[in-house]
Structures are given as C-alpha cells and as structure tokens.
Write a protein that binds this ligand. Structure first.
Ligand SMILES: Cc1ncc(COP(=O)(O)O)c(C=O)c1O
Length: 459
C-alpha cells in the first residue's frame, strides 16, 4: 500500500511549480488551499488529511465507472508489459479491437452511413481538431470547385482548449485573451430556454434558435460551410438541454445544405445522459462523433473521432494524390490506453450503467427539485448530467462570491460539485453535477442534503 503523501510538502512544491487550470493563483495567498487527493473508491475520493468526499463532479465529467476499478488498471498494466507502444501507422490489437467495438456500438442509418471508422488521439480537444480537419478536407474532396471550410458552433458550447477547438468554443472568457483565433468559425445562439437569448419561450418560439443555423448557412453561402458542431447537451456551458425537436431539425438542416453534422459527445457519451450516446434520445445519426472522457473513465487519456463510411469514402484516392488524411498523432491508438478503454467499456456494458444513470439521475433530479431555496433559479438536466442555476433576488445569476460560498458549503458537507466557468459574461453561477454512473440512491440523497445545507447557510 503506498504511504499517505506529505500534504505540507506537496502544497509547498505545488505553490512553487504547478500551474492550475482556470485558477487565479493569488488566491493561494489568502485562505484558499487546494486539496491533495490521494485515492478513490467507487464514488468516493479521499484526501491526504483523512477527508472523504462524494465526487458528484465525477472527476471532470469523466469517471463514469467510478474509482478503483482494478480490471482497468490490470488491462493497462498487462498491455504495458507486452507492448507499451508502437505508432498507429501499423496494427496493434487493443486499438483494432477498440475501433471495432466503437463501430459496433455507434449507430448507422441508410441515408447518412455507418459510424464505423475511428481516428484516435489523446483528448477531446484533439478529437475535435481532427473532426474539423476531416470536415474541411472531406468537403473539398466531395465538392471540387467549392471551398467549404466554415464550421458553425454555438455560444456557450465547449469543444476544447487547443486553437481550433477553442475557435469552435463559444465561451467568451476562454476565447478573448487568446484572439485572434482560427478563421472560419462562426456561432449561433444556444437552446438556453431558461434565459432565451432570443427572448422567446418554448414551445411558441418554434425552436427559432435551431433555425439560426439555417439562416447563417444561407447568408454565408452553403458552398462555404463544411460542418456544424454541437454538444447534444451543452455541459460546461451550463448544462443546457435542447427541446426534443432541436436535434432532428438540426440533422435536417445539415442534410439540406450538405453540411456535415459533428456531434461532440465528449461529456454526453458512455451512458452519462441515460443512453449510451445522447444522440440516441432523438434517433439522430451524425456524420462524425467525437468522444473522449468516459471512453476510459479517465483512467488513461484518450480521444477518438468516429466518422461514417460515407465520410471516409471521400478520402479514397491513389497513393501520392494527396487525398489521404494528412495527420499523425504520436500517441493515437496507444496500446495501454486502448486496453484501458476496452476494459472500461466492458464494465459499462456488463453493468448497463446508462440504465442506472437514467434511474438514479431521475431520482436525483427529483430530489434536487424538492429543495426549497430562493437561490435556486432552475434545476435541469438528463441522466446523471445536472445543473443547478443559482440566482439572486432579482433573478440574475448569483454573484461569484456567494456562488463560491455555496460550492464551498457543499464541499464542507462532504460533496464535490463542478461549476460553470469563463463561459458567459458576468457570474458563471451554475453548479454542475456529473457523478459516476454507479451512483446509488443513498448517495444521491447525500448530494441533495449537502446542497440543501449549503443553500440554507447562504440564504
Ligand atoms: C464537450 C467537450 N468537448 C471537448 C472537451 C475537451 O476535452 P479535453 O479536455 O479532453 O481536451 C471537453 C472537455 O471538458 C468537453 O466538455
């Protein structure tokens, strides 16, 4: 058994050398102390000072099968001993079997094709970068004489931190410091019914927000547009669920203009929303699916871009004619990562964890909606992907200081939650819940109690 780390030493080294994401380090000069996490089991994390927390954030929306799954560790360990690495320019068994597994699990339909061809990378950002490059090249090769390069995404959507994925991201606070971004990325409004950007209300709105895609394509000229990219349910941008008509209509708009539909299932995939993939809620088959996070439940890094046979066909040509995909990813198809993914998917399928996500997710949503606090604006979500929008007494998003106190109060009550960050102008006061999909009803009650206590303390 490893020994417990020296907390004081780690904090000192961390303070001198680590650079944490989305974090103002001067906070460490005040009362803020980062937690040294030491180990995890199931939905519970233990820190180096004896504290235990129910991880209702599920790491970063990704620890779908929970912590402490020895069979994932064992699969990676054995693969590391057998063949730790060779580039995916040749064949290795786990990468091949994982590709076939993804092809088996992702849908097909007659008009769009079969999601059956996989390009591996290391993260959601890279998998999105890959999708955007495939979209541009596919469209240019499909439509000689046109220049279809634009990608349309949504405000508040998140697709990653690298320059292309960030350009698709529509979160102001993450974009502005790094502009100018990559040309050719455009944005429309999200289906954020609680604060409709179009000042309309569902269902009288007629889902005007999805029609913005159609209008933008027509204004830009379809012959300039390669793809649309969306998260089926916006995650980090505030847990925003589209009305049921939204995704089918988006599919129809893409088809009408011969624009590719890229669905970013980085958070929503692998059971999170109560189906294996969120698109199954609306029977929509994308031209490309982007996955990461839950594909390994965070045990090792992995990103994958899965395209239909029809998209792949656009890359067929003769050696030397430049029609092949011109990119390599050193660690794409990394054998131990693929072995870990296979073991993780085995667990997910064997335990049918999407069903537990649907069941306990509905129970948790109901429990949270039973909380009575003036600070709650809206509680929304699907499966085990839930958002709690906090408001002040004018109905505006709760200010950052009070939101931080609520979040800290939840932690003091033994539960960790995530928070929207750098996504909208003003406070980012949506708490995000995405616990492991093994969550029990008793653990769901614990989350409700912790939030209830924290809200009562701040009201
Ligand atoms: C929807 C979505 N897409 C892409 C990404 C980027 O993934 P990564 O952080 O693995 O690069 C994220 C990360 O949170 C995400 O939520």
């Amino acid at each position: 058994m490893p020994t417990t780390p020296d907390t004081a030493e780690l904090r000192r080294l961390d303070r001198d050398h680590c650079w944490h994401p989305l974090f103002q380090h001067s906070q460490l000069d005040g009362d803020t102390e980062l937690t040294v996490f030491d180990r995890g089991e199931g939905c519970t994390l233990y820190d180096s000072e004896g504290g235990a927390y129910l991880d209702a954030g599920g790491g970063l929306w990704n620890v779908n099968v929970g912590y402490g799954r020895q069979e994932i560790a064992q699969a990676a360990f054995e693969q590391m001993q057998r063949l730790p690495y060779y580039p995916h320019s040749q064949i290795n068994e786990p990468a091949t079997r994982l590709s076939a597994k993804l092809a088996e699990l992702l849908p097909a339909d007659a008009s769009h094709g079969d999601l059956s061809r996989v390009f591996f990378s290391n993260s959601g950002s890279e998998a999105n970068e890959t999708a955007f490059k495939i979209a541009r090249q596919c469209q240019r090769q499909r439509h000689p004489g046109q220049n279809r390069y634009k990608i349309i995404a949504r405000y508040q959507g998140y697709h990653g931190f690298t320059m292309g994925a960030l350009s698709a991201t529509g979160q102001v606070g993450r974009r502005t410091p790094y502009e100018p971004l990559v040309p050719g990325f455009l944005h429309v409004d999200p289906p954020y019914c609680y604060r409709c950007p179009l000042k309309l209300s569902y269902p009288d709105c007629g889902i005007a927000c999805v029609d913005e895609f159609d209008e933008m394509i027509r204004r830009e000229g379809p012959e300039t547009v390669a793809a649309i990219v969306v998260e089926p349910v916006i995650g980090g941008g505030g847990v925003i669920l589209p009305p049921d008509e939204y995704m089918p209509r988006l599919r129809e708009i893409c088809d009408r203009h011969e624009v590719l539909l890229i669905v970013d299932e980085v958070i929503t995939g692998w059971g999170r929303t109560g189906k294996l993939f969120a698109c199954e809620h609306w029977d929509v088959v994308a031209d490309m699916v982007v996955t990461a996070k839950g594909i390994t439940s965070g045990y090792l890094p992995m990103g994958a871009t899965i395209v239909t046979d029809k998209v792949f066909d656009a890359f067929s040509g003769s050696p030397g004619d430049g029609s092949e995909l011109a990119q390599v990813c050193t660690y794409g198809g990394h054998p131990p990562c693929c072995a870990a993914a296979l073991a993780n998917i085995d667990i997910l399928m064997r335990e049918r964890l999407w069903e537990n996500a649907a069941d306990v997710g509905a129970y948790l949503l109901h429990g949270l909606r039973g909380l009575n606090s003036p600070l709650i604006g809206e509680i929304r979500g699907i499966g085990l992907m839930l958002g709690v929008e906090l408001v002040d007494d004018t109905g505006a998003l709760l200010d950052g200081v009070r939101t931080a106190k609520v979040k800290a109060g939840v932690k003091s009550a033994g539960v960790l939650v995530g928070q929207m960050s750098h996504a909208v102008i003003g406070p980012n006061s949506v708490l995000c819940l995405s616990p492991p999909l093994i969550l029990t009803r008793a653990e769901a009650d614990q989350i409700v109690d912790a939030l209830g206590t924290a809200l009562a303390d701040q009201s």
